[in-house]
Design a protein around this ligand. Sequence first.
Ligand code: ARG
Length: 561
Amino acid sequence: MNIKEEIKNLVYQVLEGYVEKENIVIENPKDRKMGDYALPCFTYAKAMHKSPLAIAEDIKNVLNSELFEKVEVVNGYVNVFINKKLLTKEVINQIIDHNSNFGNSNIGEGKTIVIDYSSPNIAKPFGVGHLRSTVIGNALRNICEKNGYKVISINYLGDWGTQFGKLVYAYKKWGNEEAVRKNPIDELKRLYVKFHEEAENDPSLDDEGRKAFKMLEDKDPESLRIWKWFSEESIKEFNKTYDLLGINNFDSWQGESFYNDKMDRVVEELENKNLLEESEGAMIVKLDGDISPALIKRSDGATLYITRDLAAAIYRKENYQFDEALYVVGNEQTLHFNQLKQVLTKLDYDWSKDVHHIPFGMILQNGKKMSTRQGKSVKLHDVLVEAISLANKYIDERNSSIPDKENISHKIGVGAVIFNDLKNYRTNDIEFNLEDILKFEGETGPYIQYTYARIISLLNNRNNQAVNFDNVNINEYQWYLIFKLYQFKDTVIASKVNYDPSLIAKYLIDIAQDFNKWYASEKFIDEAKEETEARLLVAYATSIILKEGMRLLGIEALNKM
Ligand code: ARG
């Protein structure tokens, strides 16, 4: 049942000729007592030469269907109250029938989306900076799939560029195999830092670094061997973090290096289209507006980040025939993606319009960029381990004899970190405070998980008797919850359209709060058998939505906690 569609069809009788059917605005009133849906009529007044009030009255008159319990005109708004029994029957039965498939949409049927996310850099720690990309990208993947899209997820490892020349050089000069084997990321980081320290006094080192990268690009076997080994060691480390997060289902791990032999073609295409210009020995593409030129080749012939991204975009289009390509990367790379899009447009690729940078804000601690006491970037692995151990402590305080405590603490700790990341609008900066995000009350992951577990334990009281919702009373709070449950599909679609998992996270907070308010508002399990059973059915439907919503975000539901 699509009530909004139904309303639009009816209202169109009044508004035809003045507004497209799909543009008719239907809002959710802030104050739920005002109705389930509200239609503002101000915007139509001018075109229709009528007062909003008169239009509202006309609309009220056509909204006459058993779907609505009551329709009211208030200050140029039409407030619609849904027939509670009718919708309750329909929604609760549908949720229970379809289970986790409830809320699936087909807006993506036959379409392919490529999502580039996580994409950490080889030989560097997997920092909290990459947490957001990983978590948002993973949620978008699930959300797009739920909307019927075919998704290709790509972990575009940062495994190419001048820094690897420097690293190979530094390793040959100051490194040793044993140390890298023992502690790859830290040791490689040390070598990289050492290179830069030495280069301060000896600028010729920079040249050596560039030469070493040129050797890599020219496929010198010894350089390649060392680079490949660094890469493998790094991936092993990354996998430990992915395993903790429970996110490790990339369809492709083709990183920047994969495009080493695919860039010549791009450079040639740029040349043929007369887009390449020389500037101080380097090759650039000038761009329109106030966007600075894209640097395609350095004066020594070495390629750059954007050169590889151009090759990758073209490769992905040819290989996957995507309808959309998403890049889940922080706000700070906005210029880069503007450049990428514009160069593709200049190359006459009409699909450049389907390339979208999905930016996000930073993770802050006390308002500042998160860092260790020594001012270094914080390793995501350490943060997750700490979250898990704090969750473990909280569980001990609440219920120390709970079976499977390790697993539960893990799911709570990681779920808290993920939820905190996803609950704010994507582009906002987020504040990270371990104690706050692990609270069992408030807008947290544990609060959602806890509400779910609470419902699961309630469900033991079910007696599996058939329920006819016509015979039972639906209390006000119960109705708010049911109407919210009904809106799951709308939320799933909106989170795809806006590329924003926070819509689902906020929705889950609403559901959990609505459930808890309802639960507190009446005696839940009482002598009236059918009433009790009806409440438990609604609770069961709520648990299905909470679980599926958490799954979309990458959070596991727990039956006990
Ligand atoms: N490795 C890059 C970084 O850490 C992110 C890569 C994003 N994806 C892309 N296609 N450029 O900054």
